[in-house]
Design a protein around this ligand. Sequence first.
Ligand code: GDP
Ligand code: IMO
Ligand code: MG
Length: 423
Amino acid sequence: MAVNLLLGLQWGDEGKGKIVDVLTNDYDIIARFQGGPNAGHTLEFDGYKHVLHTIPSGIFHKTAINLVGNGVVIDPVILEKELKNLAKFNVDYKKSLLISRKAHLILPTHRLLDAASEAAKGKAKIGSTLKGIGPTYMDKTGRNGIRVGDLELSDWKERYRNLANKHEAMIEFHGVELEYDLKALEEDFFSAIESLKELTFIDSEEYIFEAQRQGKTILAEGAQGSLLDVDFGTYPFVTSSNTTAAGACTGLGIAPNKIGDVFGIFKAYTTRVGSGPFPTELFNDEGARMAKVGHEFGSTTGRARRCGWLDLVALKYAVQVNGVTQLMMMKGDVLSGFNTLKICTAYKYKGETITHFPYNIEPENVTPVYTEVKGWSEDLTEMTDKSQFPKELNDYIEFLEKELETPITIVSVGPDRKQTINR
Ligand code: GDP
Ligand code: IMO
Ligand code: MG
């Protein structure tokens, strides 16, 4: 059975968590393949709002197994908090949550290193979520990391100490003022490790392989977005993992020829948290309106998200890099009431008009070229069927489908599970 992928096509926070939750009815296994607690995936149903950072977004469905794959980096302290939140909702996670032995651990000193590195960069900082993501992936590729499976070895604490000592020297090297109490941080860490050890650790690539053989349905859940991919994103203002489709192969052990559908999630406009170029960013009332109506504050850090018009040059690039087979458009409801909507269909790049995503999209090189379309005034949030869509919304959707040469199969009109319309 082929594995389907679901991933964000912009700079993250497209609404992946909501759609994974909606689609989980159709899957036996939901598997996160990269990222860590830099992610914040929001699910809303029955009047509750849940934000997941490490745990896959299928966890509230009784029938699904949720797997944290080898490509994910885990902070035991954050995971423990997430588990505590779940307990209130009678989620039997000891049965339904599995952890790959090959997933790497975020140590307290990884978080400190993240902070020291950002402080040392000054104005050039990435705008990291400060969850220790970059330093943990650096240790992974540098072959120094500690993995979940190591917790089953007798000498892991020794290895922990050696690595933490090295990190302290590296923190000092950055030469920035950073106050911390490592003893207190370690107390929390080692206590959270005990909670982590109560979960089931597995050889996840074997598990996935066997599940495929048995014809089980699997959905791989991405974190962040394609424009934050370490190779294809707006480097260096990216995260430290492959957020694109290839990341699901390495982050779970899925062979490329076993990938089925690729669901690409995008907002009807664009947002970005943290630093880095953003050609269609708005600094006027229109941007402020998107931020206000869309409640555009980060699910992980609470930072205000920067807002702007939809960028089709970037979106087309993401569709290509991922091989997207179906698109899902989120937050169309936020655009209700704009007389005119702008869609960026090309860039003026060093004096030329281009329609591909170039090496560098810094503002001094790139000016967006817009196509203007008529907006809609109707409130979409109560709609339950596509037949209720205003003509202008249908025109917007059809314009995007034509430009992206990919069907938009789901339109989301609000944060709740129920506010999801199939086309
Ligand atoms: P993720 O990281 O991709 O899972 O997205 P986030 O959860 O960080 O951010 C998406 C935000 O938009 C969350 O607060 C969702 O509850 C909300 N949301 C999702 N879909 C819609 C939608 O169609 N309309 C509106 N108004 N909000 C939505
Ligand atoms: P979800 O899965 C939005 C951004 C950070 C920063 C850059 C690097 O919820 O869509 P990192 O902590 O990874 O070193 O930060 O990436 N970023 C996200 N932005 N949504 C996310 O995840 C993000 N995860 C990281 O703001 O600019
Ligand atoms: Mg998010």
